[in-house]
Each structure stands twice: as structure tokens, then as C-alpha cells.
Design a protein. Sequence first.
Length: 567
Amino acid sequence: MNKNNPEAAPEAVKSNFIHQEIDKDLSENKNGGAVLTRFPPEPNGYLHIGHAKSICLNFSLAQKYGGGCNLRFDDTNPVKEDVEYVDSIQEDVKWLGFTWEGEPKYTSDYFDQLYSWAVKLIKNGKAYVDDQSAEVIASQKGTPTTPGTESPYRNRSVEENLDLFERMKAGEFAAGEKVLRAKIDMASPNMHMRDPLMYRIIHQAHHRTGDKWCIYPMYDYAHGQGDFIEGITHSICTLEFEVHRPLYNWFIDQIVEGERTPEVRGRQIEFARLNLNYTVMSKRKLLELVQKGIVSGWDDPRMPTVSGLRRRGYTPESIRNFADKVGVAKRDGIIDVALLESCIREDLNKRVARVNAVVDPLKMIITNYPEDKEEWVELINNPEDESMGSRQLPFSREVYIERDDFMEDAPKKFFRLTVGKELRLKGAYAITCTGFKKNEDGVIEEIYATYDPETKSGATTVTRKIKGVIHWVSAKHAVDAEVRMYDRLYNHEAPAAQKDADHLDFINPDSLTVIAAKVEPSLKDAKVLDKFQFQRVGYFCVDKDSTSDKLIFNRTVALKDSWAKKK
């Protein structure tokens, strides 16, 4: 049964080669016409945007064909796994708008069955215990053009292998002392078929099974068997697993040998993984960023993690739309991160209110405006959506404007403010700059202007056209806010692909700038993750670090792609 949120899929899912493969299977009535996919993350880190693409693909396939999608944790390495990651993954999948079939599943649920099948392979002469180290085994693999060397333990008797495997399970041997290998073909042109490892010894308590096990299955063995147990019809994997597919099928062949033909026999289909420029997608490298304090945590808004994007102000709709625009390919490629940024701009443009916020405040005194006067002006919340209505904003004699909206010696094509020039304060009056004052360091600290009381916005008596509009905040009513201006974490397009350098060598020193801003009073009661467009500045959301005494905003994205000019 498909429980996924119907709003979670794009209105028109693009047809792709995976759809064609599934359509063919359904036309042949394979697996009784069922479609059951799965998302199988390892709980050894937080999900990133690449995982989000896979989530969208697997769950949208389930939705398209009226099937289901399992969430299965590949928890086969207790050294790197943690309940924190399990919880965060579930939260991310839900936030993206999807619901998995039944309860979450775990490969550890199948440890007994996997062990039993391994014993079956040993009894059938298809697996053996090897005493060699991982380094020696690797050295015997050979090359794609030369056969490997058979292990001296390859022809152990079934009885000896069963005994050793049982003793491995009982904890008699040290980690790395022995492994269980499949017995296939050391001369196979596919390196993954050259007697791959099935089990290794790890003396580490598991977050779900405790100390019951000290041998843990390898991914290539557990992955396909987990699919088989759950009745997965289509195992959607990234392209690097294409060469693993013969092994995927081989293990299942050995399991069903001598037994009845299974009602469901799934198949693996591969697609190109998501690669973004200016980004790393390795959980190991992302963990390094966290552990070395380069970022504040997995949910740092500069991280490509789902939790980081959520904290930065991205919406699930924007990420699903991004996944749909990227599509599904058979060849690896690099996607410009600007596409992801354009998706969030497109989404927020339609749904969030425009507000006045001055991120680099410069005080302006309107000298002919009465000192004790206050009034309210009306501003539209979102011109893209009239249903969002309007709001009232206080106006007074002293206001803050953006420092770069004023220039002492302005060129002819400077359309903002300079001495002697008139422009409009958005939603309020036309003003003309009359002068400015500098401090002892030569920095402008105040500018002066006069206003025309006949030019209030909305007044029918205004006949002249006023060029130039800037935003502002009443100084008397302004709310102090900390604004975190986030930029790309790396200043190299491919930080993880440089042979003679480390990805940390390309950290952008300007990826975070903290600014003391002034915002309109309507934002005083904004809640965490509330999103806004700061007029003429960008899109921002309230950070989780905000308190009743300190309002903190993260910049989600600029109004335009400024990086395109830097390339």
C-alpha cells in the first residue's frame, strides 16, 4: 500500500529509463505485478543532498506504481554506527514528505537468517574460512587482466569450515584473524567475483543486538539478501554498484538453490549518483569537517546535509523539485549547485513575505520630519501572492538604510542615494539627500535628507515619476538581529578531486560572516525556521540558536547567483 504524501512528488514526474525497466517487468507480470523499492542508508552519518535525490527517486517510484518503499538501515558495522544517525535519518525522510512501509527495518534483524544462509553456502562448497589478513587477500586479487591467486585455505573441507565459522561466531578469534569468503572464481574478469568477503570479525557491541554477535556480514552479502527477505522488486543503486550486480545475483542464486522458486525475485538497477560542484559528498569527509570544528555540526547551514539545508531555510518542496530537475541518468556528471539554489529561490519567492531588514545599517536623519511624529505606512507582504495581504510598518524621523545604498561621490549610473539626489523610501516618502557626517576615522556615520510630505506612497496627488527605491527601518522601532551570511563552504569547484591536495585546502574563509543588523519590528516574534525575503538582500530564516533576547537569521540564498560572476 502506498502511504506516501501525494504532495511529495512533482506534479509531472519525468519518464526515465528506470520507469521503462519497471514498465517492462509489469508488462511481463514479474513479481505478480508488485513494485516495492527501498532506501537503505548506513547509520554512520547524516544524510546529504545526494541521499535526498535517492530518497525522492525510490519513494516517487513507489508512488508512481502504487507500491511501497521500505526504509532499511544497513547496520552491519557497529564501529561507525550510532542511534543518533538512525533518528536523524528518519527525521530527514519524514521532513522530505515521505512515509515508508510499516516499521523501519534493519539488516541486523536478519543476522540469524544471514548466518544460516552462510552455513548453507559452506555446506554446498561455496564459502570457506580464510586465515589470511585483509592486506594479503587484497594482494592476491590480481588485476582486471590477470587472474588472482587462490588462497591456500580455499580448499578446506566443509567440516573444517563449519567448525571455524562457528568458532568465529563464538568469539574465539581476534578481529582480522579470520574471514569468511565466497568461493566463486579467482580468474573472473569481474574483480568483485574473485572470492569476495562475506563476514569479518568485529568485537564491538551493536546498537541493537548488543554483544550477541562478533561477526558481521559485508555489504555485498547482506544487501541483496535483505532485499530478498523483504521482497524488494527493484533495488535501485548508484552507478558504482553496477559491477556488483553479478555478485548480487550470485548470492541470491545460492540461497534459492535446491528450494522453491521465490514468489518475488528482485533485480538491481543502477543510476548515476548526484555530484555537485563546490561540494563534497563523502560522509567520511563531512565527518572530518565536524570533528575538526571547521563547521559547527552536521546541521551547520554550510553543510550539504539534509539537516543543514533545513536549518539554512531550504524547503522539502525545493529539494524535491531539484531532484526532479536533475533527473535520472546512466552516466556520472557534475551538477551546478546554482541549480539547487535556483530551486529554493523559486519556491521561497512564491511563499514568503517581503520584510525590511538592513544588514549594514547607516543612519539617516530626515531633518524636516517632526521629531515627535510617528506614523504607519502600508507594505504588501508578497506581490506574487495577493492572499498574503499587507502589513503596517512604523515610520519616524530617523531611519536606517543600507550603507551601500549611499555613495559620497557617485557615478552617473548610480541609481541609489547621493547628495542632491531624490529617491523613494519603499512604502513611504520621497526623500532628497542634503549632506552627511563622518567620524574621526573618515567613515560616514550619518546622512541627512529632507522629505516631501506630498509623496507618501499610495497618494493620488503624486504626479512626478520618482526613480530609485530603497528599503529602510525606523531607527526608533528597529529590532537588533544577528545575521549569519553563509556562502559556499569551498572555493574550488571540485575540492575532493584534486590529487595533490586535501579537500580542506579549499575551505572558503568567507563561508560565514556574522553581521549586526536592524530589522522591522514585525519580526520580533518570528519563530525558528520562519522564512522571509529581506527586501533587495536575499532569503533568510530564523536559526535554532535564536532566543527571546537574541534574534538570529541565516541567509538561505542571495536574490541572484553572485558566484556566476566569480567564475
